[in-house]
Design a binder for this molecule. Sequence first.
Ligand code: FAD
Length: 288
Amino acid sequence: MKIIDRLKEDRINISFEVFPPKTEAGFDSVINAVNEIATLAPSFISVTYGAGGGTSRNTVHIASHIKHDLQVESLAHLTCASSTKEEVQRVISTLKEKGIENILALRGDIPNETEFPATSRYQYACELIKEIKENGNFCIGAACYPEGHVENEHKKDDIKYLKKKVDSGVDFLTTQMFFDNSILYNFLYRIREQDITVPVLPGIMPVTNGKQMKRICQLSGTVLPQRFKAIVDRFGDDPRAMQQAGIAYATDQIIDLIANGIENIHIYSMNKPEVAKAIMANLKEIIK
Ligand code: FAD
């Protein structure tokens, strides 16, 4: 099923994200985590994409397992900056052969080791989106950044390029993580004003490693509200307490989103079924 058709239904859609193992040795444990997350009957499970090599093969395998063996819809991420156009086209063909209907089309990080941009590579996600559209009947998602993409100095440019990306054939958007819902509401207001009307899935990150998250947020320019910083300062050295607090914080964000009329929410569950299960248990009377 195409995810966009699911998003059009009058219901609350909760989806989860997993990432493939870096080496073949980790494959079974990822599959076990995916199998457990699938028991929560999410609207879909997305599978991230690493830069080339074995990780990208695993994205296709895992997305196919989710769809065909677990009967849950899957969303395969696909990045283009670190591969040649030919390599990317091969992955699109494989996804088609495997019956994967949904792709999250991304540029990915700019590679350090090769010249970029180059004629042999797609420069922006919008170019990849056009390629996917020409090569199959896929439902296409793309990324957006409520706090602006880190490479853009001005938020205005970010929304201008987002509009161009959506117009190249995007069916829905998923946001980067954020920890202050008012940032999301403000972003939605600004993009709707620019006539970007596709569904936007807020991406919620349940933080289980507070100190690591503080560093990631500093790098990506994500605002850390004082309430969040206080939690990390108080519980960051106690993994179990931090996980419990991270789950409570994410639950709180989700309840506020639903209360404000947001019906589709993506949870960065990061191969942690126990976290996904705890959040769903917290929401059991809210999502019926
Ligand atoms: P683009 O949309 O191409 O944007 C990149 C930059 O270029 C932005 O600053 C944008 O404003 C600018 N830009 C875009 N179009 C134009 C244009 N036409 N002219 C000039 N400037 C332009 N990374 C992975 O490696 N694997 C994953 O699986 C993965 N999943 C992700 C999922 C989500 C929901 C999100 C939010 C991010 C994910 N990422 C992933 C990270 C992503 O690859 C990076 O954030 C990357 O730096 C940008 O990707 P993009 O698709 O948003 O790029």
